[in-house]
Design a protein around this ligand. Structure first.
Ligand SMILES: Nc1ncnc2c1ncn2[C@@H]1O[C@H](COP(=O)(O)OP(=O)(O)O)[C@@H](O)[C@H]1O
Ligand SMILES: Nc1ccn([C@@H]2O[C@H](COP(=O)(O)O)[C@@H](O)[C@H]2O)c(=O)n1
Length: 202
C-alpha cells in the first residue's frame, strides 16, 4: 500500500489533482481521504458559534481520529469516514465506509502540518497556486457549491484564511517531495505523479 499526502492552500487545486489521478488509475486502485471529513465535531456549539470557528487552524482538525483511521487502513481494515457539511459547519451523522486500496490519497490544506500524519505518508505533495488565483477560485467555488456569499468569503479570507495560510500552510512546502505548480491545469505533473505511483507499486 502507498499512502500519499497532498497539501496546499485552499483553491490551489488539490481536489482537482486527486480527481485527475483517480480518473487515470485502474478502477478500484485509489481511495481518497479528505481532511475536511476530519474537522472536529462541533455539535456542542450552536450554529452562530460554529460560523465563527477558525477552520484554517490545525487545532480545528481531529488528527487523532485521522491518524487512527490511516493506521487501520494500513492494516487492511475498512473505516467509517465521517461526512462533513460545509452548510452546517459540522460533521453530519453519516459516515462513508472506506475500504483499503493499493493507493490511499489524503488531501487537505493542513495535512502536512502534523508530524505524526506526515510520518505516515510515503509521498508528500504540495500543490501551489498564487494567492490571487486561489482567492478567485475560492470565491467562485464557495458561492456556487458551499452556500457562501461574497462578503462571507472575503471576510473569512482577510481574517483567517490569509494569516493561517502564511503561518501554517505555506511553511509545509518544505516537507514536500514534489511541488506541483497549478496556476494553470498541470497535466504533466499529474502524469509524473501517476508514473511514480506505478513505479512504487511495481
Ligand atoms: N489549474 C486550475 N485552473 C483553473 N481552475 C482550477 C484549477 N485547478 C482547480 N481549479 C478550480 O478551482 C476551484 C478549487 O479547486 P479545488 O480542486 O477544489 O481546490 P482545493 O481542493 O485545493 O481547495 C474548483 O472550482 C476547480 O475547478
Ligand atoms: N465549515 C467550514 C469548514 C471549512 N471551511 C473552509 O474550507 C477550506 C478547506 O477546504 P478546501 O477544499 O478549500 O481545501 C478552509 O480554508 C476553510 O476556511 C469553511 O469555509 N467552512
Amino acid at each position: 500500500m502507498l499512502i500519499i499526502g497532498i497539501g496546499g492552500g485552499t483553491g490551489s487545486g488539490k481536489t482537482t489533482v486527486v480527481n485527475k489521478i483517480i480518473s487515470e488509475s485502474p478502477p478500484g486502485e485509489v481511495t481518497i481521504i479528505s481532511q475536511d471529513s476530519y474537522y472536529k465535531d462541533l455539535s456542542h456549539l450552536d450554529y452562530e458559534s460554529r460560523t465563527k470557528v477558525n477552520f484554517d487552524h490545525p487545532n480545528s482538525i481531529d488528527f487523532t481520529l485521522l491518524c487512527g483511521h490511516l493506521a487501520e487502513l494500513r492494516k487492511g481494515a475498512s473505516i467509517e469516514q465521517p461526512v462533513y457539511s460545509f452548510v452546517e459547519h459540522n460533521r453530519t451523522d453519516e459516515t462513508v465506509t472506506t475500504h483499503p486500496k493499493k493507493v490511499i490519497v489524503v488531501e487537505g490544506i493542513l495535512i502536512l502540518t502534523d508530524p505524526s500524519i506526515r510520518d505516515l505518508f510515503d509521498i508528500k505533495i504540495f500543490v501551489h497556486a498564487d494567492s490571487d488565483e486561489r482567492l478567485i477560485r475560492r470565491l467562485k467555488r464557495d458561492i456556487a457549491e458551499r452556500g457562501r456569499d461574497l462578503e462571507e468569503v472575503l471576510s473569512r479570507y482577510q481574517n483567517t484564511l490569509k494569516p493561517m495560510h502564511q503561518q501554517f500552510i505555506e511553511p509545509t512546502k518544505e516537507f514536500a517531495d514534489i511541488i506541483i505548480p497549478n496556476n494553470r491545469y498541470n497535466t504533466v505533473a499529474v502524469d509524473i505523479v501517476r508514473t511514480i505511483i506505478n513505479e512504487r507499486l511495481s
